[in-house]
Design a protein around this ligand. Structure first.
Ligand code: CP
Length: 351
């Protein structure tokens, strides 16, 4: 069986954040994803990872991520092991090690490296003790010790595979998205959500030269290092990056809008001395009017609606918007998760 030219192109690389890669490399991922999508839709077999194993460590729930990775590696001729937290020792960061109580990440990563071909991890929120950045440190610690690729299935800082699926959906609509207005906006939810999706969104949008507008109420600032990286991307790739505090102002003339909940980080370490979930919920309850409605969509430049899922209907968005067949990309984004993840697996684990 002949392998496609992209098999092994990123062989052995970890996939933790889209900004760890060049624009050219991300474009190669999208090209591979489109090839795999065409073959999937035509039911052309793609056994490019025959006999290969992906370990999937889920410390949080999932619909899209788990099923698209599991279906994806199966479609490539490989196999996925699902590891739930209660079935494995809790991997522990070096600073938290208590002798004889648990197993270090260094050991878990090296053991799994002896058995298979990649380790995928999801960890944020309660699983990362709501200490923002801790989930990402766990993923980086795995990557430090693993001799096989580590894939970030969403931590508390980045959700790189969602960003790939999103930019694939955008470039399907606008093959050259440079100069298109991309609004990444806070939208209300009663739940506490990580910052990973909006942070990865502003990074991928600016990497593709879009005019990215981040909209949020006071208190919902993204992390400084992400803002800095987004500005650097904008300078480097010819787009722009702006922050506003009004949803209507942001939506005016937008080509793509991505209204999505995230948590006010000032209620959590390291931005606060303690984890204050009640305070965060009480604070965010002041912003129930940050909801994406048809009236807001009417302000856009025939803009497309985007959301990573799961969408909180009636809080983040009204049904008529998310279900609108003309402009909602919700199910395209969800489908693209399958294709981009297959692409990255073939490129990092294949060849
Ligand atoms: N968007 C996303 O990661 O969805 P799941 O939480 O269902 O995996």
């Amino acid at each position: 069986m002949e392998l496609p030219r992209y098999a092994g192109l990123l062989r052995g690389r970890h996939f933790l954040n889209t900004n760890d890669f060049t624009r050219e490399e991300i474009e190669q991922v999208l090209e591979a994803a489109r090839d795999l999508r065409t073959k999937f839709r035509s039911r052309i077999p793609t056994p490019y990872l025959q006999g290969k194993t992906l370990f999937m460590l889920f410390y949080n729930r999932s619909l899209r991520t788990r099923n698209s990775f599991e279906a994806g590696i199966f479609q490539l001729g490989g196999h996925a092991h699902f590891l739930s937290p209660q079935d494995v020792y809790t991997p522990t960061l070096p600073e938290d090690m208590v002798p004889y109580q648990t197993e270090s990440i260094a050991d878990v990563a090296r053991v799994l490296s002896r058995y298979g071909d990649a380790i995928a991890i999801r960890i944020y929120g309660d699983a990362a003790k709501w200490h923002i950045g801790r989930g990402h440190r766990v993923v980086r610690e795995f990557a430090k010790w693993s001799s096989i690729p580590v894939l970030n299935m969403e931590d508390d800082v980045y959700h790189p595979f969602q960003a790939l699926a999103d930019i694939m959906a955008i470039t399907d609509v606008a093959p050259n998205p440079r100069g298109k207005k991309f609004v990444v906006s806070y939208a209300y939810s009663g739940g506490l959500k990580p910052l990973a999706v909006p942070q990865s969104c502003v990074l991928i949008g600016t990497m593709f030269g879009m005019d990215v507008v981040l909209a949020h109420p006071p208190g919902f600032e993204l992390e400084d290092h992400v803002i800095k990286a987004a500005k650097e991307n904008a300078d480097r790739y010819g787009g722009s990056f702006e922050i506003v505090h009004d949803m209507r102002e942001a939506f005016e003339g937008a080509d793509f809008v991505y209204p999505k909940a995230w948590s006010p980080k000032g209620f959590f370490p390291p931005y606060n001395g303690k984890v204050d979930k009640e305070g965060a919920v009480e604070y965010q309850n002041k912003f129930k009017h940050w909801i994406c409605t048809q009236e807001l969509m009417d302000l856009t430049n025939k803009g497309k609606y985007m959301h990573c899922g799961p969408a909180d209907r009636g809080q983040e968005v009204t049904d008529d918007v998310i279900d609108n067949k003309e402009y909602s990309l919700y199910f395209e984004q969800a489908e693209n998760r399958l294709h981009v993840q297959k692409a990255v697996m073939v490129m990092t684990m294949g060849g």
